[in-house]
Design a protein around this ligand. Structure first.
Ligand code: TYD
Ligand code: MG
Length: 456
């Protein structure tokens, strides 16, 4: 009898019955790889009677596992949920293993059964890290293993409250012959682990690598399989690390946790704004403080721009911490609606501190930084800026204004450059900016430059 095979796209995880040069689901070329039809997709499953119930629950929810690592708990929505699966993705060396070990050790010290399975490092290496972190005495059970079935069989009799698998790319299942790290293996291993977690009430923490373009390596559907997806980000050589929930079935998405990586591991940072603004110098042209909201929390960050004559025919636009396409749009609006000349000039943009800003509300702050860099006129040091910019050059209202203003005031700011808003300034002097051209006038370096923008 011929063994049945199917083809799995290594890029998106789509399954096809026959080989093709191009994946029909995601359009990637040469990404289909043959895989044996294993139990991972449930072929040959017998039908079972489904038991229905009603919407009300008689069982009390198991309490969340609160690690006490505040920023971690908050990003999760108040701790780990028993029976849930959390995926933490991030660049190599960013601190995923450190974070997982610290969280697990804290749970273990509170009496929760905690297991750490590493397929990346030897037992010795993990022990050395634990010693360095001062966690060597925490009652965490540690093993190196990569075969999921062996791990789960060993744990079945006495399932732990929390289980870390570091990493999902090194885990593999015996049901498939494909190599560890392939899409099929990642999916099969994750499926086994998640089924175990749900069945036993174990909180599962999977660590995942990211590819060069910042996605968690493996099938996209890995992110669908888990309950919570966290990304751990930061700039190399910078101590700050940002943990962001991009998906969370048990809490707010986009919640943000901030840590500082130090000698003794990751320290939660309770007041990120103070930290992001800590390195500010005096009034410097090209800098604007953005009053942003990350998840449920206001965060103030400095946006820095540098504009310089370009020797290139296509000037360079380099962005760190913001969206490159959004920058192009903003530059086009500045040229078309405000008469600024940016052709022939390189534009560099940086969000200080390693934060990646995603809110459209950052538009006005970015524009302010660019215009200020161009005119050489600094913004007032005590001003925060926020507002969305439209293609017509209008400045649009954004949400949660009170929260932004309160945070700014708390950190000693006195002024806010912002879109029209009904409410009071909350103790700050409000400079209402209705159009981008008005912002340009506020920052005009000399009458000649201001003339370019007047009257629009
Ligand atoms: P690690 O958790 O191994 O990263 P990942 O699992 O994401 O690959 O973290 C490795 C980096 O963290 C390494 O460059 C050293 C640094 N580090 C510290 O600075 N302080 C510490 O206490 C520890 C444990 C690691
Ligand atoms: Mg690691």
């Amino acid at each position: 009898m011929r063994r049945r095979v199917h083809y799995v796209c290594q890029s998106c995880g789509a399954v096809a019955g026959r080989w093709a040069g191009r994946c029909e689901a995601c359009g990637a070329w040469n990404s289909l790889v043959e895989e044996a039809q294993g139990s991972a997709t449930g072929s040959g499953r017998r039908s079972e009677r489904v038991i229905f119930t009603d919407l009300s629950s008689t069982e009390a929810d198991l309490p969340r596992l609160v690690t006490g690592l505040d920023e971690f708990d908050r990003v999760l929505g108040g701790g780990l949920v028993p029976g849930s699966a959390v995926l933490i993705g991030g660049d190599p060396g960013i601190g995923k293993s450190t974070l997982a070990l610290q969280a697990l050790a804290r749970l273990a010290c509170q009496g929760a059964a905690a297991v750490y399975v590493s397929g990346e490092e030897s037992v010795r290496q993990v022990q050395l890290r634990a010693r360095r972190l001062g966690l060597a005495d925490a009652p965490v059970r540690l093993a190196t293993a990569t075969l999921v079935e062996s791990v789960l069989d060993s744990l079945a009799a006495d399932p732990p409250a929390a289980l870390v698998v570091d990493s999902i790319q090194t885990a593999h299942s015996e049901t498939l012959e494909a190599a560890a790290g392939s899409v099929g293996q990642i999916r099969a291993a994750a499926e086994r682990l998640i089924r175990f977690a749900k069945g036993k009430g174990t909180a599962l923490l999977l660590i995942g690598h990211v590819t060069k373009d910042g996605q968690i390596a493996g099938p996209k559907l890995l992110e669908h399989m888990v309950d919570t997806v966290l990304y751990f980000e930061g700039e190399r050589g910078h101590p700050f690390r940002i943990l962001r929930a991009v998906k969370n079935r048990f809490g707010p998405a986009n919640e943000l946790g901030v840590f500082a990586m130090g000698e003794r591991g990751l320290e939660p940072v309770a007041n990120p704004s103070a930290l992001f603004l800590g390195e500010r110098s005096g009034e410097t042209p090209g800098c604007a403080v953005f009053a942003g909201i990350e998840g449920t929390r206001p965060v103030l960050v400095e946006v820095q721009a540098l504009v310089a004559p370009s020797p290139l025919t296509t000037p360079r636009r380099a962005v760190v911490g913001w969206d490159g396409a959004r920058l192009s749009m903003l530059l086009a609006v500045l040229e078309a609606r405000c008469g600024l000349v940016l052709a022939g000039r390189d534009v560099y943009l940086n969000v200080a501190g390693g934060l990646r800003v995603q809110e459209p509300a950052a538009d006005l702050a970015v524009a302010a930084a660019i215009v200020s860099a161009l005119t050489g006129r600094a913004l007032p040091r005590d001003a925060v800026v926020f507002g969305e910019v439209g293609l017509a050059g209008e400045v649009r209202a954004v949400g949660q204004v009170e929260l932004r203003l309160r945070e700014a005031r708390k950190l000693g700011f006195r002024r806010a450059w912002m879109p029209p808003h009904g409410a009071e300034g909350g103790g700050l002097e409000v400079v209402t900016v209705r159009r981008l051209a008005a912002l340009v006038r506020l920052l005009a370096g000399s009458p000649a430059e201001a003339a370019g923008s007047a009257g629009r």
